[in-house]
Design a protein around this ligand. Structure first.
Ligand code: NDP
Length: 503
């Protein structure tokens, strides 16, 4: 893998079309910033619609190329296992690149990158298990069956918060099925996708199976979602951008898979160990500095333990160390974008005007060594109400709003009072209550006595404005394959079509 933090430093990166690094037709490059200093550290190509057209053309040609189209499922699985080995071999370098690009903790990124090969291995194992089915029909001497086949060229638009992990959730099944792909990574964290594309080529995937167009959402992203020769669009990001992309794709009748924002409820009942529940809430909302779509950012606590819970949560939050993402003792690093810090700051201050109170954090950290970076303290807002701005909108930052509830009925009403429906969590020792919550909550994922415990073996995705489509497990194999019905008449005769015979 030639792309490393060292080689990226001060460099200009090109796009990848048909297995080759090529310059963008515009000749334009844009900076990628280091979130710990706010300074540019490399430049990425600004692809335009002509580059996107070339990338989709290459992906379409690769889709038809017998080297890929007629490769057996078993051999595709083998290629993916080879890719898994290469990802493992380069996991620490990939982690360094992501940390440098988006400011997430190196220890978290290392763990994520070292675990990622398992995902490729899991889907490699599915390459030869995507079976069709036979259908009993009410006619003799007929065979009626469904085939599952790849859908074609998939356009993937990925975000900056966990670029490779989120990409892998859809790229691995897509490749296992035999699709080809054009990826548009976020301009804020592009480099790791270029590095992965290199490993894909090294593993032996034919040229054009995976192409990468870089640049802004406005230019490259928009062109990809408007392209007529795309078979499906996969998007992870904000609800507003998702809505726009779905509109572009709909004009060409292209289906989408959307993983969008969240404002997930995290519920605490009085019958649990408060310290465990506090750990769950902290892990749910402050991990990755709150930049996860499933962040449990609205916390509802049974009134009888509300004060005790707040005291423990504030004490735990005040012990969280904000610092440089490369330091081993850092718990929370910077946010990935300057705009994210301003967004979080503005929601916190308007929350105070709306009547909430800051019980911990609430500002940029005062430490001099963090002054140039895009840091924000982990923040607990109490006396929150569901109609306050920071409780309604996705902040994508380290902020949790807490409010008490008295009855189970009140809790479920509050928890469902959101336009989102991505994830949810409940802490209780009462299994009946936990199951009632699981049944009634409008969320694609329900965690009971845990939070943010994701697995690529289970299907996840959103309800309501959190999107549609599922990732993970066998479900995702259906999402990226298409069903074809085949009918065979083996009677050896064909009746005159105009002679109607009634039974
Ligand atoms: P966006 O949803 O705008 O960006 C996500 C991806 O979409 C990026 O690759 C972006 O490219 C691309 N994109 C942007 N506009 C278009 C477009 N018109 N057509 C095609 N692609 C486009 O999120 P932001 O980065 O602006 O972050 C804003 C908010 O989105 C965050 O505060 C957070 O609430 C939410 N978000 C949610 C994520 C999740 O995992 N659910 C992930 C990231 C953000 P580029 O970055 O190059 O502009």
């Amino acid at each position: 893998m030639k792309t490393t933090v060292k080689s990226l430093e001060g460099s200009r990166q090109n796009i990848i079309i048909d297995g080759r690094f090529v310059k963008p037709n515009s000749g334009q490059y844009i900076p990628s910033y280091d979130p710990t200093t706010g300074e540019s550290w490399y430049e990425l190509a600004e692809a335009d619609s002509s580059d996107v057209d070339a990338a989709v053309g290459a992906a379409r040609a690769a889709f038809r190329n017998p080297a890929w189209r007629r490769m057996t499922q078993t051999d595709r699985g083998k290629l993916m296992r080879r890719l898994a080995d290469l990802v493992l071999e380069h996991a620490d370098e990939l982690a360094l690149i992501e940390t440098r690009d988006n400011g997430k903790l190196i220890k978290e990124m290392r763990a994520q990158m070292r675990a990622m090969p398992d995902s490729y291995i899991y889907f490699a194992g599915m390459a030869d298990k995507l079976q069709g089915e036979t259908i009993p029909v009410n006619k003799l001497d007929m065979m009626n069956f469904n085939l599952r086949e790849p859908i074609g060229v998939v356009g993937m638009i990925t975000p900056w918060n966990s670029p490779l992990m989120l990409l892998t959730g859809t790229l691995a099944p897509c490749l296992a099925i035999g699709n080809t792909v054009v990826i548009k990574p976020s301009e804020h964290a592009t480099a790791s996708t270029l590095a992965l594309a290199e490993l894909i080529a090294e593993a032996g995937f034919p040229a054009g199976v995976v192409n990468v167009v870089t640049g802004t959402g406005r230019s490259a992203g928009e062109a990809l979602t408007r392209h007529r020769d795309i078979s499906k669009i996969v998007f992870t990001g904000s609800t507003d951008t998702g809505r726009r992309i779905a509109g572009n794709a709909a004009a060409n009748l292209v289906p989408c898979q959307m993983e969008l924002g969240g404002k997930s409820p995290h519920v605490i009942f009085s019958d649990v160990d408060i310290d465990h529940a506090v750990n769950g809430v902290v892990a749910g909302v402050f991990a990755a500095a709150g930049q996860t779509c499933v962040a449990g950012s609205r916390c509802f606590v049974e009134a009888s333990v509300y004060d005790r819970f707040i005291e423990a949560l504030v004490a735990r939050t005040n012990r969280i160390k904000v610092g440089h993402p490369m330091a081993d003792d850092t718990d929370i690093g910077p946010l990935a974008l300057a705009a994210q810090v301003s967004k979080v700051e503005s929601y916190v201050s308007s929350g105070v005007k709306e009547g909430a109170r800051i019980a911990a954090g609430g500002k940029r950290p005062p430490a001099e060594d963090l002054a140039r970076g895009w840091y924000f303290e982990p923040t607990v807002m109490i006396e929150a109400q569901n109609d306050m701005g920071f409780m309604r909108d996705e902040l994508f930052g380290p902020v949790v709003g807490v409010m008490p509830f008295v009855s189970e009925e009140e809790m479920i009403t509050l928890a469902n009072d959101t336009r989102y429906g991505l994830a949810s969590g409940i802490w209780t020792q009462n299994i009946d209550r936990a199951m009632r919550f699981a049944n009634r909550i409008d969320a694609g994922t329900v965690w009971i006595n845990t939070y943010r415990s994701a697995a690529y073996m289970s299907a996840n995705g959103g309800f309501k404005e959190s999107g549609y489509g599922r990732r993970g497990g066998f479900e995702v194999m259906r999402e990226f394959s298409r069903l074809k019905n085949v009918v065979i008449d083996y009677s050896g005769t064909m009746q005159d079509p105009f002679v109607i015979r009634l039974r």
